[in-house]
Design a protein around this ligand. Structure first.
Ligand code: C2E
Ligand code: MG
Ligand code: MG
Ligand code: MG
Length: 291
């Protein structure tokens, strides 16, 4: 993507696609209808400590089942939504749904923070912190119940506004993660100044870690860099035991990926989390043996 500042703040240009093609416009209007009809669903993917398999949190990931097209990936519809006011509506929906789920799990004895992905448009809107605060109050949850993931790409856009929103959120006690790290151009200085507590290493480097010495070196240096800044790394794209083992040897504290646990429906995730961390079960030795 190329991010460019426009009159309305920010606009994304998709380099190889015509953003006004009939195909894209029809998908956008279908998306609008799906939002109104409440047809978007959240799946949840656990984030796990590599040392002992303990669950650190879950990430909420949007799923859209289009009546004719079948499943449409967020990689396709999120950039589309980002071009319109729809992004704010979608994020409001995701936050509400994630908080309701966090409250349900809390009552079930499952205390697990849910991470929500937010986009540039959300951060350019000064109402995001209020919206979050109101939601937390509605569900009687502490700020630690929710985390926000911000992509490195977003930080390169409208710095002043975004920095202000990020600071407000951090002051509220909301933890922030820097997502897709390694794909943008964050400077060291920038990373140090931001009130983020966690850096998620992009799956494009992690995935081929076991075969590619270059990728291994990149991941290793990110892990070291993040640690030296006093932050925590989470590796995305942990697809095999070998990758998990290598990451653990490098001292990467946490991971996310199909091999650890795939994204699951709310129901499946509840069953999975109950098994892993419900009060009747506690931490089980067997879970740790997997790593
Ligand atoms: P992300 O935030 O980096 O999310 C991680 C992606 O990695 C997810 O893709 C997840 O399904 C995928 N993944 C899980 N396990 C593995 C694995 O073992 N290997 C690899 N290579 N990938 C794995 P997904 O669900 O298709 O979402 C794609 C992107 O769409 C997300 O990337 C995020 O940027 C965006 N997205 C998803 N939901 C939302 C949302 O609610 N709001 C916003 N603004 N963006 C969202
Ligand atoms: Mg994310
Ligand atoms: Mg990511
Ligand atoms: Mg990604």
């Amino acid at each position: 993507y190329m991010a460019k500042e426009g009159r309305t703040g920010i606009e994304f240009y998709v380099a190889d696609k015509d953003r006004n093609s009939p195909e894209r416009l029809s998908l956008l209007s279908d998306l609008r209808a799906a939002v109104d009809a409440g047809e978007l669903d959240l799946h949840y993917q656990p984030k796990v400590k590599l040392e002992n398999g303990q669950v650190e949190g879950v990430e909420a990931l949007l799923r859209w089942w289009h009546p004719e097209r079948g499943p449409v990936s967020p990689v396709e519809f999120i950039p589309l939504a980002e071009q319109s006011y729809l992004m704010r509506e979608i994020t409001q929906y995701v936050i509400r749904k994630a908080l309701a789920q966090a409250a349900r799990w809390w009552h079930d004895g499952i205390d697990v923070p849910i991470s929500v992905n937010v986009s540039a448009r959300d951060l350019l809107d000064s109402t995001l912190p209020e919206e979050l605060e109101a939601g937390l109050r509605t569900f009687a949850l502490p700020a630690s119940a929710i985390r926000l993931e911000i992509t490195e790409r977003v930080l390169m856009t409208d710095q002043a506004y975004i920095a202000e929103t990020i600071t407000t959120l951090a002051d509220m006690g909301v933890q922030l993660s820097l997502d897709d790290f390694g794909t943008g151009y964050s400077s060291l200085v920038r990373l140090q100044r931001l009130p983020v507590s966690e850096v998620k290493i992009d799956s494009s480097f992690v995935r081929r870690l076991a075969e590619s010495p270059d990728d291994e070196r990149i991941v290793r240096s990110i892990v070291d860099l993040v640690r030296s800044l006093g932050l925590r790394s989470v590796a995305e794209g942990v697809e095999s035991l070998e990758i998990a083992t290598r990451l653990r040897e490098m001292g990467c504290p946490a991971g996310q990926g199909r091999w650890l646990a795939k994204p699951m429906s709310a129901y499946e995730a509840t069953v999975w989390l109950r098994h892993r961390m419900g009060p009747a079960f506690g931490a089980r030795a067997g879970d740790e043996a997997r790593l």
